[in-house]
Ligand binder design. Structure first.
Ligand SMILES: [Zn+2]
Length: 252
């Protein structure tokens, strides 16, 4: 039986599908070898290889979603953020572009979530996102500037973590998604109830560790002010792993 599209009731395509890394990157970058790291979850081993094209696709959406609204959203991201991704060009993020960037991260998060057992976001939330690009509540996004040694670095990684029994947040489950394209590193955190009888803490938006405030400002939900990128502090090769994992390491 064909798998259902992540965002609607149609069948997903069986081959091809949505690019994990948008196809325009292939045209924007010079022909050379790039180090690619694939590590779908924190528990899986990292697979590193040299590639000269970004071809990875996930056959999890239908043709119409892929060619219509998803393609339009990716194009907007290319227009507004490609020079920042590739060359580190600074930008100020206002409400309008913040909505677009958050929608893009959520779209990729919902796609990559297919690599984990069970969908984190409800079908209702995903379909609503398709129809009006509205993110579910209690979703937060941050960005940082990644100054790695490599000319180009891409990474897509997600993990789910749950606070321990007896702690304040027991009964909740968090999903953290990291998406790095060149110098722009994006992070999304979402929360839901884990189905544990008797444990039903209120849904909350977890604060990020304070030592990250200067390096990784939050841009979603809309902070109501312009947020500058790159932030006052950048993240290098020695810190990027800590950024990716900063939420799972909390003493909850
Ligand atoms: Zn669809």
């Amino acid at each position: 039986m064909a798998r259902m599209c992540v965002f609607c009731l149609s069948d997903a395509v069986e081959i091809g599908g949505e690019h994990i890394w948008d196809a325009w990157l292939n045209d924007a970058l010079p022909e050379m070898l790039y180090r690619a790291v694939e590590r779908p979850t924190l528990d899986s081993p990292a697979i590193e290889y040299d590639a000269n094209r970004f071809k990875m696709k996930l056959p999890v959406v239908c043709r119409a979603c892929n060619n219509e609204w998803m393609s339009a959203l990716s194009l907007k991201i290319k227009d507004r953020f490609s020079r920042s991704m590739l060359d580190g060009e600074p930008f100020s993020l206002g409400t309008k572009d913040g909505v677009i960037l958050a929608a893009f991260v959520f779209m990729k998060a919902a796609l990559m979530n297919q690599s984990l057992p069970g969908a984190f976001f409800t079908r209702d939330a995903r379909e609503r996102f398709r129809t009006d690009l509205i993110l579910p509540p209690f979703v937060q996004c941050w960005f940082t500037a990644y100054e790695g040694a490599a000319r180009m670095h891409t990474r897509s990684q997600s993990h789910i973590f749950s606070p321990n029994p007896g702690t304040r947040l027991y009964g909740l489950q968090f999903f953290c998604f990291n998406y790095i394209v060149g110098k722009l590193a994006l992070q999304l955190l979402a929360v839901r109830w884990k189905n544990i009888p008797g444990a039903r803490s209120a849904l909350i938006m977890l604060d990020a560790p304070k030592n990250w405030n200067l390096a990784a400002p939050r841009f979603w939900p809309d902070p109501g002010i312009f947020v500058s990128w790159p932030p006052p502090e950048c993240v290098g090769d020695n810190m990027i792993e800590l950024f990716v994992q900063r939420f799972g390491a909390f003493p909850y």
